[in-house]
Write a protein that binds this ligand. Structure first.
Ligand SMILES: *[C@@H]1O[C@H](CO)[C@@H](O)[C@H](O)[C@H]1NC(C)=O
Ligand SMILES: *[C@@H]1O[C@H](CO)[C@@H](O)[C@H](O)[C@H]1NC(C)=O
Ligand SMILES: *[C@@H]1O[C@H](CO)[C@@H](O)[C@H](O)[C@H]1NC(C)=O
Ligand SMILES: *[C@@H]1O[C@H](CO)[C@@H](O)[C@H](O)[C@H]1NC(C)=O
Length: 318
């Protein structure tokens, strides 16, 4: 072998070694990233993520309609429905086959290892395992935590399962909806920021953040403490977020819930409406989603869907 050939093989082997080390560091080769993540499916690095959370082994028809609109307006996004109960072939069985829709199983204990929020899950687990405690842990607490955790760790859009998107929302970054003009007051603070005035509450029902955002980190770091101290319905949700927002306003875009979740017509959605109702046109033009506030009830159903405000909107979307 000539010196040149030896050098060539030496460099080739060196090159292969470096590639191997890099791949291993990224944990591409041995799949340990997936095992460590605590998820049955790892959100793709190169796709926009939409996170949905579902508890229960059945999925009402009305939410299937909502999911259909999520898919319709986000053909390029990866839609990840986090559920440990729903049959993994549920959507195939319904022939709702869409290549970017996944039912993802998760193990919260594994997910939070060495990550913000660990303290909450550790205590929650002790209660779930039957340890006596004066603290209450509900599925709302867990769902409030999970959505913050997912968007913080993977980046993307979280939306409640009872929301019908009216347009694509991929371009919204670091955005959360707020109730302007004191619609609701969640805590002691009233803010005005940029062009949104006098808001007293954020909604943790629809938000979009880049991976690793400091506002969500602060929410995860504080979740356990708020849950312990406040208990009740959703302490780590709207109330906590509204207070923490004070320290992160310059990094967050706020948008009035009047449009963001169509609060203006929220109360009309399940009421009868006429075809030519001008409020339907307004909703389609101005709002980002409509929110049924069904709160994830597995038994939620509507018989006269087509006659309702929401039914008329749905007909125009699909
Ligand atoms: C899930 O659905 C499939 C297909 O309908 C069925 O064969 C399977 O038994 C179901 N799994 C469970 C755990 O119910
Ligand atoms: C979840 O993860 C924890 C920590 O890795 C593990 O001890 C536990 O067995 C897992 N639970 C299930 C149901 O797989
Ligand atoms: C629960 O008990 C601890 C002491 O074990 C006490 O400090 C705490 O205030 C109690 N919390 C509630 C919500 O009652
Ligand atoms: C607030 O400002 C943004 C950007 O300047 C604009 O897109 C949005 O429509 C404004 N919102 C309101 C409620 O005026």
């Amino acid at each position: 072998m000539s010196i040149d050939r030896k050098l060539f093989f030496f460099l080739l082997i060196l090159h292969l070694l470096i590639v191997l080390i890099l791949l291993n560091k990224e944990k591409i080769l041995f799949g340990s990233n997936l095992a460590e993540s605590g998820l049955s499916y790892l959100p793709s690095k190169d796709k926009h993520h939409i996170f949905l959370i579902w508890k229960g082994s059945s999925f009402p028809d009305i939410y299937l309609k909502a999911l259909t609109t999520v898919i319709k307006f986000h053909p390029k996004s990866e839609i990840l429905l986090f559920s440990n109960d729903l049959n993994e072939s549920f959507f195939e069985d319904l022939n709702l086959i869409y290549k970017n829709l996944f039912i993802v199983r998760y193990n919260l204990t594994q997910m939070v290892k060495n990550k913000p929020g660990y303290n909450f899950v550790e205590k929650a687990n002790r209660i779930l395992n039957g340890e006596k405690s004066n603290l209450t842990l509900t599925k709302v607490h867990l769902s409030d935590f999970l959505r913050l955790f997912l968007v913080y760790n993977y980046g993307g859009l979280y939306l409640d399962t009872d929301m019908f998107p009216l347009r694509n929302m991929q371009s919204f970054k670091n955005t959360i909806g707020v109730d302007d003009q004191y619609k609701y007051v969640c805590g002691k603070n009233i803010y005005s920021y940029k062009n949104v005035s006098n808001f007293g509450c954020v909604c943790n029902c629809l938000f979009s953040f880049e991976k690793g955002h400091e506002f969500l980190k602060s929410a995860l770091d504080n979740f356990g403490k708020w849950w312990e101290e406040k208990q009740g319905y959703g302490p780590g949700g709207a109330i906590m977020l509204t207070e923490l927002l004070a320290n992160h306003l310059d990094k967050v875009n706020v948008i009035p819930n009047e449009y963001w979740i169509c609060l203006k017509y929220g109360a009309r959605l399940l009421k009868l409406a006429n075809e030519g109702d001008p409020d339907i046109e307004y909703t389609l033009k101005k709002c980002y989603v409509v929110h049924l506030f069904g709160a994830g009830a597995a038994s939620f159903s509507l018989n006269n869907f087509d006659q309702l405000f929401i039914g008329k909107i749905y007909k125009k979307l699909i």
